[in-house]
Design a protein around this ligand. Structure first.
Ligand SMILES: Nc1ncnc2c1ncn2[C@@H]1O[C@H](COP(=O)(O)OP(=O)(O)O)[C@@H](O)[C@H]1O
Ligand SMILES: [Mg+2]
Length: 229
């Protein structure tokens, strides 16, 4: 399990309306297996999630994954921290499912045959082996999200950051992807509006107006959010 540390971190952004503070000075340590970030639109959830692998730089303070400073060791951090986007099609870049997984294995498996075998194995892990030769454009939303997860997890990162990974899915697919996420051996930092899913995590943070408004046992934080939304 990794230890994700935000130490006095703020994020300021310049917009057409002037400067905004997307995250006010925040210090928090995340070391539980499954941590949910909940809160209204524009609260700063994605900003916080993206800080963890350096997709968003901190304006002040430091972000660390164990002892690695994200600002200094971005590449190493990104090898340990995978990121899943809301729209899986944003990260599926190869023609077929098998090739897409193989692409993320290009550094860890230099040998072409070993790489192809590892890609099949990764697909099997998500019960996607039948999609190996399927065009990534011919997948359903649920299949595409599972494939995106299989691709980013194929290199066995320690942490998965997932930003609303079930938002675009229908009920059945959202449920299936949710079960897969909760069952992952990796540490999970999950941004979600699915409050039932959030409540099943080990810890939740309620983000409001760029601040941590509540933090604790997931079901209690979700209940607090429901009462005060
Ligand atoms: N690329 C961007 N450029 C300018 N402002 C942004 C950008 N992305 C987000 N913001 C602003 O930063 C704040 C936090 O956004 P975000 O972290 O995306 O919130 P959430 O994920 O909780 O909906 C909001 O005020 C939002 O409008
Ligand atoms: Mg967001």
């Amino acid at each position: 399990m990794a230890r994700i540390t935000l130490d006095g971190v703020s994020v300021r952004r310049t917009t057409a309306d002037g400067e905004i503070v997307a995250l006010h000075e925040t210090s928090v340590v995340l070391a539980e297996r499954r941590v949910a970030l909940v809160g209204p639109n524009g609260a700063g959830k994605s900003t916080m999630a993206r800080l963890v692998n350096g997709l968003v730089p901190a304006s002040s303070g430091t972000v660390r994954v164990d002892d690695l400073d994200v600002a200094e060791h971005g590449r190493e951090v990104r090898r340990r921290v995978a990121f899943a986007f809301t729209d899986p099609r944003a990260q599926l870049v190869m023609p077929t499912a098998g090739e897409d997984v193989a692409l993320s294995l290009r550094r860890s498996h230099r040998d072409k045959h070993a790489r192809a075998e590892a890609a099949r194995e990764a697909l099997r892990g998500f019960a996607l082996e039948d999609l190996h030769d399927r065009s990534v454009h011919a997948l359903s939303g649920g299949q595409a999200q599972l494939l995106a997860l299989a691709s980013v997890l194929a290199t066995r990162p320690d942490v998965l950051v997932a930003d609303e990974p079930t938002t675009l899915l229908d009920l059945g697919n959202a449920r299936h992807v949710a079960e897969v996420l909760l069952g992952l051996p990796q540490q999970l930092l999950l941004v979600t509006h699915d409050l039932e899913l959030a409540a099943r995590c080990d810890r939740a943070l309620l983000i409001r107006d760029g601040r941590v408004a509540a933090d604790g046992e997931a079901a209690e934080v979700v209940e607090h959010y429901r009462r005060t939304a």
